[in-house]
Design a protein around this ligand. Structure first.
Ligand code: E4P
Length: 218
């Protein structure tokens, strides 16, 4: 499973790239609002840092507007993937952009049928939002399982990008199901590296190393 970072924050992305585990990035208007910067300039900067797919979200409600925005985004860099919402107009735009050679990420997907339709519209990535389903008392991860089953049944090539990830358990379960990608907020990304026994183990080894140096000096 690939790991993308769900952020528009350049310093977070640089940290993940520096570690060497960051295979793409997803952005949306909320994430851009947090940074308070120009969207296109930010995308350009992100694309100069990240080699993998970088998702850029359209805000038009009609297909014509989405296609126009998508074509503008696509000029920024080769690795831009255009996000369109799962609506009838979004799927129309998905087909038009895909036919024009521009990769699409269908966002705001909350049901298996929506994921099936997005695949039929040619979407490159499908983004089921698991955290937001959990928030309303449903089990978001069940949706990933359903989409995986349907895509496997029909040999569908669309990649399942698990979005709205809130914790490390989401990441582990997405990987167990066999999702293609999880896009992860930087806070959760950092949590993935941590374990109290790792910290305890490092401390023990360092203490013992120090003890050995002292004994050798005797
Ligand atoms: C990613 O593409 C989505 O926009 C993002 O994961 C949504 O996450 P949220 O539900 O935490 O806003």
């Amino acid at each position: 499973m690939k790991i993308f970072i769900d952020t528009a924050n350049i310093s977070e992305l640089k940290k993940a790239v520096d570690i060497g585990i960051c295979e793409g990035c997803t952005t949306n208007p909320t994430l851009i609002l947090k940074e308070g910067k120009d969207y296109k300039k930010t995308l350009k900067e992100i694309c100069s840092i990240i080699k993998g797919p970088v998702s850029a979200e359209t805000v038009s409600l009609n297909a014509e507007g989405m296609v126009k925005e998508g074509k503008e985004f696509a000029k920024i860099a080769k690795n831009i993937v255009v996000k369109v919402p799962m609506t009838q107009e979004g799927m129309k735009a998905c087909r038009l952009l895909t036919n024009a050679g521009i990769k699409v990420n269908t966002t705001l997907v909350f049901s298996a049928n929506q994921a099936l339709l997005a695949a039929k519209a040619g979407t490159y990535l499908v983004s089921p939002f698991i955290g937001r389903l959990d928030d309303i008392g449903q089990t978001g991860m069940d949706l990933i399982r359903e989409i995986k089953q349907i895509y496997t049944n029909y040999g569908i090539k669309t990649q399942i990008l698990v979005a709205s990830v809130r914790n490390p358990i989401h990441v582990k379960e997405a990987a167990l199901i066999g999702a293609d990608i999880a896009t992860i907020p930087f806070k959760v990304y950092e949590q993935l590296f941590q374990h109290s026994l790792t910290d305890k183990g490092i401390k023990l080894f360092l203490d013992d190393w120090d003890k050995l140096q002292k004994e050798l000096k005797k």
